[in-house]
Design a protein around this ligand. Structure first.
Ligand code: ASP
Length: 345
Protein backbone atom coordinates (compact mmCIF):
# COMPACT_ATOMS: atom_id res chain seq x y z
CA UNK A 1 0.00 0.00 0.00
CA UNK A 2 1.56 3.31 -1.06
CA UNK A 3 -0.97 6.00 -0.36
CA UNK A 4 -0.85 7.98 2.91
CA UNK A 5 -1.51 5.73 5.86
CA UNK A 6 -4.16 8.18 6.99
CA UNK A 7 -6.00 7.88 3.69
CA UNK A 8 -5.72 4.10 3.75
CA UNK A 9 -6.56 3.67 7.41
CA UNK A 10 -8.92 0.76 7.85
CA UNK A 11 -10.03 -0.26 11.31
CA UNK A 12 -10.50 -3.85 10.16
CA UNK A 13 -6.76 -4.21 9.53
CA UNK A 14 -4.95 -4.96 6.28
CA UNK A 15 -6.82 -6.96 3.64
CA UNK A 16 -4.66 -9.25 1.47
CA UNK A 17 -4.06 -7.68 -1.94
CA UNK A 18 -5.19 -9.55 -5.06
CA UNK A 19 -2.46 -7.76 -7.03
CA UNK A 20 0.57 -9.89 -7.89
CA UNK A 21 3.13 -7.09 -8.11
CA UNK A 22 4.06 -5.29 -4.91
CA UNK A 23 3.50 -1.57 -4.55
CA UNK A 24 6.58 0.19 -5.93
CA UNK A 25 8.55 2.77 -4.00
CA UNK A 26 8.86 6.25 -5.44
CA UNK A 27 6.47 9.00 -6.21
CA UNK A 28 4.27 9.88 -9.17
CA UNK A 29 6.19 12.16 -11.57
CA UNK A 30 3.51 13.23 -14.06
CA UNK A 31 1.76 16.57 -14.03
CA UNK A 32 -0.77 15.54 -16.71
CA UNK A 33 -2.25 12.23 -17.82
CA UNK A 34 -2.80 12.45 -21.55
CA UNK A 35 -2.24 8.76 -22.29
CA UNK A 36 -0.83 5.66 -20.63
CA UNK A 37 2.11 5.57 -23.05
CA UNK A 38 4.22 7.54 -20.56
CA UNK A 39 3.65 5.10 -17.69
CA UNK A 40 6.40 2.66 -16.76
CA UNK A 41 5.44 -0.77 -15.37
CA UNK A 42 6.25 0.59 -11.88
CA UNK A 43 3.99 3.57 -12.40
CA UNK A 44 1.20 1.28 -13.60
CA UNK A 45 1.66 -0.69 -10.37
CA UNK A 46 1.50 2.55 -8.40
CA UNK A 47 -1.84 3.39 -10.03
CA UNK A 48 -3.10 -0.15 -9.38
CA UNK A 49 -2.20 -0.05 -5.69
CA UNK A 50 -3.61 3.45 -5.26
CA UNK A 51 -6.80 2.20 -6.94
CA UNK A 52 -6.92 -0.67 -4.46
CA UNK A 53 -6.77 1.85 -1.62
CA UNK A 54 -9.58 3.83 -3.24
CA UNK A 55 -11.62 0.63 -3.58
CA UNK A 56 -11.26 0.15 0.17
CA UNK A 57 -12.47 3.71 0.74
CA UNK A 58 -15.46 3.07 -1.55
CA UNK A 59 -16.41 0.09 0.62
CA UNK A 60 -16.74 2.29 3.72
CA UNK A 61 -20.16 3.40 4.94
CA UNK A 62 -19.23 6.98 3.99
CA UNK A 63 -16.92 6.70 0.97
CA UNK A 64 -15.42 10.15 1.28
CA UNK A 65 -11.95 11.44 2.22
CA UNK A 66 -10.64 15.03 2.34
CA UNK A 67 -7.65 14.44 0.01
CA UNK A 68 -8.69 17.08 -2.56
CA UNK A 69 -10.49 19.53 -0.28
CA UNK A 70 -10.24 23.00 -1.81
CA UNK A 71 -9.22 21.67 -5.24
CA UNK A 72 -11.24 22.81 -8.23
CA UNK A 73 -11.88 19.91 -10.60
CA UNK A 74 -13.56 20.87 -13.88
CA UNK A 75 -15.04 18.29 -16.23
CA UNK A 76 -15.07 19.75 -19.74
CA UNK A 77 -16.92 17.41 -22.09
CA UNK A 78 -17.20 18.16 -25.79
CA UNK A 79 -18.53 14.67 -26.57
CA UNK A 80 -21.38 12.61 -25.20
CA UNK A 81 -20.61 10.47 -22.17
CA UNK A 82 -22.45 8.87 -19.31
CA UNK A 83 -20.15 6.55 -17.38
CA UNK A 84 -16.90 8.47 -17.85
CA UNK A 85 -18.35 11.87 -16.97
CA UNK A 86 -20.39 10.64 -14.03
CA UNK A 87 -17.55 8.53 -12.65
CA UNK A 88 -15.12 11.47 -12.82
CA UNK A 89 -17.68 13.59 -10.97
CA UNK A 90 -18.29 10.92 -8.31
CA UNK A 91 -14.54 10.29 -7.98
CA UNK A 92 -13.75 13.98 -7.47
CA UNK A 93 -16.60 14.39 -4.97
CA UNK A 94 -15.43 11.33 -3.02
CA UNK A 95 -12.10 13.13 -2.65
CA UNK A 96 -13.97 16.28 -1.46
CA UNK A 97 -12.97 18.39 -4.48
CA UNK A 98 -15.07 21.32 -5.69
CA UNK A 99 -16.49 19.95 -8.92
CA UNK A 100 -17.73 21.94 -11.90
CA UNK A 101 -19.22 20.24 -14.97
CA UNK A 102 -19.15 21.99 -18.33
CA UNK A 103 -20.98 20.49 -21.27
CA UNK A 104 -19.79 22.10 -24.48
CA UNK A 105 -23.24 22.20 -26.03
CA UNK A 106 -24.39 24.47 -23.15
CA UNK A 107 -21.30 26.70 -23.02
CA UNK A 108 -19.82 29.63 -24.96
CA UNK A 109 -18.18 27.07 -27.23
CA UNK A 110 -21.41 27.23 -29.22
CA UNK A 111 -20.73 30.98 -29.64
CA UNK A 112 -17.36 30.16 -31.15
CA UNK A 113 -15.10 30.41 -28.09
CA UNK A 114 -11.88 28.58 -28.85
CA UNK A 115 -10.63 25.66 -26.81
CA UNK A 116 -7.74 27.77 -25.53
CA UNK A 117 -10.03 30.66 -24.47
CA UNK A 118 -12.34 28.20 -22.74
CA UNK A 119 -9.46 26.63 -20.83
CA UNK A 120 -8.09 30.01 -19.75
CA UNK A 121 -11.57 31.02 -18.58
CA UNK A 122 -12.00 27.83 -16.56
CA UNK A 123 -8.57 28.31 -14.99
CA UNK A 124 -9.44 31.90 -14.04
CA UNK A 125 -12.59 30.50 -12.42
CA UNK A 126 -10.57 28.21 -10.17
CA UNK A 127 -9.97 24.95 -12.07
CA UNK A 128 -6.76 23.20 -10.96
CA UNK A 129 -7.49 19.78 -12.43
CA UNK A 130 -9.09 19.78 -15.86
CA UNK A 131 -10.74 16.62 -17.15
CA UNK A 132 -11.36 16.93 -20.86
CA UNK A 133 -13.11 14.85 -23.51
CA UNK A 134 -12.96 15.98 -27.13
CA UNK A 135 -13.75 14.52 -30.54
CA UNK A 136 -10.41 15.72 -31.88
CA UNK A 137 -7.31 13.67 -31.17
CA UNK A 138 -4.71 15.84 -29.47
CA UNK A 139 -7.14 18.39 -27.95
CA UNK A 140 -6.08 17.47 -24.36
CA UNK A 141 -2.40 17.85 -25.38
CA UNK A 142 -3.19 21.37 -26.64
CA UNK A 143 -5.10 22.07 -23.42
CA UNK A 144 -2.08 20.95 -21.37
CA UNK A 145 0.09 23.54 -23.14
CA UNK A 146 -2.19 26.36 -22.04
CA UNK A 147 -3.48 25.28 -18.64
CA UNK A 148 -1.63 26.09 -15.43
CA UNK A 149 -2.87 23.02 -13.57
CA UNK A 150 -3.10 19.35 -14.52
CA UNK A 151 -4.95 17.99 -17.53
CA UNK A 152 -6.52 14.55 -17.56
CA UNK A 153 -7.62 13.10 -20.88
CA UNK A 154 -11.10 11.54 -20.66
CA UNK A 155 -11.00 10.43 -24.31
CA UNK A 156 -9.87 12.27 -27.46
CA UNK A 157 -11.00 11.14 -30.90
CA UNK A 158 -9.57 7.75 -31.76
CA UNK A 159 -6.35 8.58 -29.90
CA UNK A 160 -6.40 7.75 -26.20
CA UNK A 161 -8.56 6.98 -23.18
CA UNK A 162 -6.06 6.48 -20.37
CA UNK A 163 -8.43 6.01 -17.43
CA UNK A 164 -10.38 3.37 -19.39
CA UNK A 165 -7.16 1.42 -19.99
CA UNK A 166 -6.26 1.72 -16.30
CA UNK A 167 -9.67 0.54 -15.11
CA UNK A 168 -9.49 -2.32 -17.61
CA UNK A 169 -6.07 -3.35 -16.27
CA UNK A 170 -7.31 -3.15 -12.68
CA UNK A 171 -10.41 -5.21 -13.53
CA UNK A 172 -8.27 -7.89 -15.19
CA UNK A 173 -5.71 -8.01 -12.40
CA UNK A 174 -8.32 -8.33 -9.68
CA UNK A 175 -10.25 -11.07 -11.53
CA UNK A 176 -7.45 -13.17 -12.99
CA UNK A 177 -6.03 -15.80 -10.72
CA UNK A 178 -2.57 -14.72 -9.69
CA UNK A 179 -3.42 -11.01 -9.90
CA UNK A 180 -1.44 -10.25 -13.04
CA UNK A 181 -1.88 -10.00 -16.82
CA UNK A 182 1.73 -11.05 -17.48
CA UNK A 183 1.69 -13.88 -20.05
CA UNK A 184 -2.11 -13.81 -20.28
CA UNK A 185 -3.79 -13.75 -23.69
CA UNK A 186 -6.03 -10.70 -24.04
CA UNK A 187 -8.16 -10.31 -27.18
CA UNK A 188 -9.44 -6.88 -28.20
CA UNK A 189 -12.23 -7.54 -30.66
CA UNK A 190 -14.12 -5.36 -33.10
CA UNK A 191 -13.89 -1.74 -34.19
CA UNK A 192 -10.21 -1.37 -33.38
CA UNK A 193 -9.72 1.31 -36.05
CA UNK A 194 -11.87 3.92 -34.30
CA UNK A 195 -11.06 2.86 -30.76
CA UNK A 196 -9.10 5.03 -28.35
CA UNK A 197 -9.80 2.25 -25.82
CA UNK A 198 -7.90 -0.27 -27.96
CA UNK A 199 -4.96 2.09 -28.50
CA UNK A 200 -4.54 2.95 -24.81
CA UNK A 201 -4.98 -0.69 -23.81
CA UNK A 202 -2.25 -1.72 -26.23
CA UNK A 203 0.18 0.54 -24.37
CA UNK A 204 -0.70 -0.51 -20.85
CA UNK A 205 -1.33 -4.21 -21.47
CA UNK A 206 1.91 -4.75 -23.37
CA UNK A 207 3.79 -2.78 -20.70
CA UNK A 208 2.30 -5.13 -18.10
CA UNK A 209 3.44 -8.16 -20.10
CA UNK A 210 0.14 -9.40 -21.62
CA UNK A 211 -0.01 -11.28 -24.94
CA UNK A 212 -2.37 -8.92 -26.77
CA UNK A 213 -4.32 -9.87 -29.90
CA UNK A 214 -6.45 -7.42 -31.86
CA UNK A 215 -9.13 -8.97 -34.03
CA UNK A 216 -11.82 -7.72 -36.39
CA UNK A 217 -12.65 -7.25 -40.06
CA UNK A 218 -9.57 -6.16 -42.04
CA UNK A 219 -11.17 -2.76 -42.75
CA UNK A 220 -11.33 -2.08 -38.98
CA UNK A 221 -7.70 -3.08 -38.37
CA UNK A 222 -6.12 -0.71 -40.86
CA UNK A 223 -2.72 0.57 -39.75
CA UNK A 224 -2.40 -1.89 -36.90
CA UNK A 225 -0.23 -4.36 -38.85
CA UNK A 226 2.40 -1.67 -39.21
CA UNK A 227 2.19 -0.81 -35.50
CA UNK A 228 2.46 -4.49 -34.55
CA UNK A 229 5.51 -4.89 -36.79
CA UNK A 230 7.19 -1.81 -35.31
CA UNK A 231 6.18 -2.85 -31.79
CA UNK A 232 4.43 -0.74 -29.15
CA UNK A 233 7.05 1.67 -27.84
CA UNK A 234 9.36 0.33 -30.57
CA UNK A 235 9.63 -3.21 -29.16
CA UNK A 236 6.51 -4.71 -27.57
CA UNK A 237 4.83 -7.03 -30.09
CA UNK A 238 1.15 -7.83 -30.43
CA UNK A 239 -0.84 -9.93 -32.89
CA UNK A 240 -3.27 -8.64 -35.52
CA UNK A 241 -5.75 -11.05 -37.10
CA UNK A 242 -9.17 -11.35 -38.72
CA UNK A 243 -9.30 -15.04 -37.74
CA UNK A 244 -11.70 -14.95 -34.80
CA UNK A 245 -11.22 -18.64 -33.95
CA UNK A 246 -7.44 -18.23 -33.70
CA UNK A 247 -7.83 -15.10 -31.60
CA UNK A 248 -10.27 -16.67 -29.13
CA UNK A 249 -8.42 -19.97 -28.71
CA UNK A 250 -6.86 -20.12 -25.22
CA UNK A 251 -7.83 -16.49 -24.52
CA UNK A 252 -7.91 -15.40 -20.87
CA UNK A 253 -9.78 -12.18 -21.58
CA UNK A 254 -12.03 -11.08 -24.46
CA UNK A 255 -12.81 -7.39 -24.72
CA UNK A 256 -15.49 -6.53 -27.26
CA UNK A 257 -15.44 -2.96 -28.60
CA UNK A 258 -18.40 -0.86 -29.62
CA UNK A 259 -18.97 -0.46 -33.34
CA UNK A 260 -18.57 3.33 -33.54
CA UNK A 261 -21.25 4.17 -36.05
CA UNK A 262 -20.67 7.90 -35.50
CA UNK A 263 -17.05 7.63 -36.68
CA UNK A 264 -17.64 5.05 -39.42
CA UNK A 265 -16.83 6.28 -42.93
CA UNK A 266 -19.17 4.55 -45.33
CA UNK A 267 -18.05 1.29 -46.80
CA UNK A 268 -15.99 -0.06 -43.90
CA UNK A 269 -18.66 -2.64 -43.04
CA UNK A 270 -21.20 -4.21 -45.39
CA UNK A 271 -23.82 -4.07 -42.60
CA UNK A 272 -24.18 -4.39 -38.85
CA UNK A 273 -26.02 -7.68 -39.38
CA UNK A 274 -23.05 -9.06 -41.31
CA UNK A 275 -20.67 -7.83 -38.62
CA UNK A 276 -22.72 -9.48 -35.86
CA UNK A 277 -22.81 -12.74 -37.80
CA UNK A 278 -19.02 -12.83 -38.37
CA UNK A 279 -17.58 -11.14 -35.28
CA UNK A 280 -20.33 -10.71 -32.68
CA UNK A 281 -19.37 -12.18 -29.30
CA UNK A 282 -21.90 -14.97 -28.79
CA UNK A 283 -22.02 -17.69 -26.14
CA UNK A 284 -20.68 -20.23 -28.66
CA UNK A 285 -17.71 -18.00 -29.43
CA UNK A 286 -16.92 -17.28 -25.77
CA UNK A 287 -16.76 -21.09 -25.34
CA UNK A 288 -13.75 -21.11 -27.70
CA UNK A 289 -11.73 -19.18 -25.11
CA UNK A 290 -10.36 -20.64 -21.87
CA UNK A 291 -13.03 -21.82 -19.44
CA UNK A 292 -13.95 -18.87 -17.24
CA UNK A 293 -12.31 -16.32 -19.57
CA UNK A 294 -13.28 -12.77 -18.65
CA UNK A 295 -15.71 -10.94 -20.93
CA UNK A 296 -15.29 -7.16 -21.04
CA UNK A 297 -16.73 -4.17 -22.88
CA UNK A 298 -15.95 -0.47 -22.28
CA UNK A 299 -19.55 0.57 -22.96
CA UNK A 300 -21.84 1.81 -24.24
CA UNK A 301 -22.83 -1.54 -25.79
CA UNK A 302 -24.71 -2.25 -28.99
CA UNK A 303 -26.21 -5.48 -27.72
CA UNK A 304 -26.86 -7.95 -30.49
CA UNK A 305 -24.15 -6.36 -32.65
CA UNK A 306 -20.68 -6.66 -31.07
CA UNK A 307 -21.90 -8.61 -28.04
CA UNK A 308 -24.94 -10.81 -27.40
CA UNK A 309 -27.16 -9.72 -24.52
CA UNK A 310 -26.78 -13.07 -22.72
CA UNK A 311 -22.97 -12.81 -22.91
CA UNK A 312 -22.99 -9.23 -21.60
CA UNK A 313 -25.15 -10.30 -18.66
CA UNK A 314 -23.58 -13.77 -18.30
CA UNK A 315 -21.46 -15.29 -15.55
CA UNK A 316 -18.14 -14.51 -17.26
CA UNK A 317 -18.94 -10.84 -17.80
CA UNK A 318 -17.10 -8.31 -15.63
CA UNK A 319 -18.61 -5.32 -17.42
CA UNK A 320 -20.38 -3.96 -14.33
CA UNK A 321 -17.13 -4.25 -12.37
CA UNK A 322 -15.38 -2.22 -15.07
CA UNK A 323 -17.89 0.58 -14.47
CA UNK A 324 -17.52 0.38 -10.68
CA UNK A 325 -13.71 0.25 -10.92
CA UNK A 326 -13.87 3.38 -13.06
CA UNK A 327 -14.65 5.44 -9.97
CA UNK A 328 -11.74 3.99 -7.95
CA UNK A 329 -9.25 4.38 -10.79
CA UNK A 330 -10.30 7.99 -11.40
CA UNK A 331 -10.00 8.75 -7.68
CA UNK A 332 -6.49 7.27 -7.82
CA UNK A 333 -5.43 9.30 -10.84
CA UNK A 334 -6.88 12.58 -9.51
CA UNK A 335 -5.13 11.94 -6.20
CA UNK A 336 -1.78 11.13 -7.83
CA UNK A 337 -1.94 14.17 -10.14
CA UNK A 338 -2.77 16.46 -7.22
CA UNK A 339 0.29 15.13 -5.40
CA UNK A 340 2.50 15.85 -8.38
CA UNK A 341 1.11 19.39 -8.53
CA UNK A 342 1.54 19.88 -4.80
CA UNK A 343 5.26 19.15 -5.07
CA UNK A 344 5.59 21.36 -8.14
CA UNK A 345 6.21 18.70 -10.82
N1 ASP B 1 -16.80 4.80 -23.82
C1 ASP B 1 -15.65 4.48 -24.61
C2 ASP B 1 -15.03 5.73 -25.18
O1 ASP B 1 -15.40 6.82 -24.81
C3 ASP B 1 -15.94 3.47 -25.65
C4 ASP B 1 -16.94 3.83 -26.69
O2 ASP B 1 -17.44 4.95 -26.72
O3 ASP B 1 -17.22 2.97 -27.51
O4 ASP B 1 -14.14 5.64 -25.99
Amino acid sequence: MTTDAALAADEAGPIPSPLANPAPAGRWPHRHLLDVDVLTPDQLDLVMHTTETMTEILARPIPKVPALRGWGVTNLFYEASTRTRVSFEVAAKNLSADVVNVTASASSVTKGESLIDTIRTLEALGARLLVIRHATAGAPNLAAEHFGGSVLNAGDGAHAHPTQALLDLYTMQTHLEGGSVAGRKVVILGDVLHSRVARSNLWSLTAAGADVWVCGPATLLRGFDAWAAAGVGGSRRFTVTSDLGAALREADVVMALRIQKERMASGLLPSLREYAARFGLTRERVALAKPGALVMHPGPMNEGVEIAADVAAGGQSVITDQVANGVAVRMAVLYLLSGARAVGA
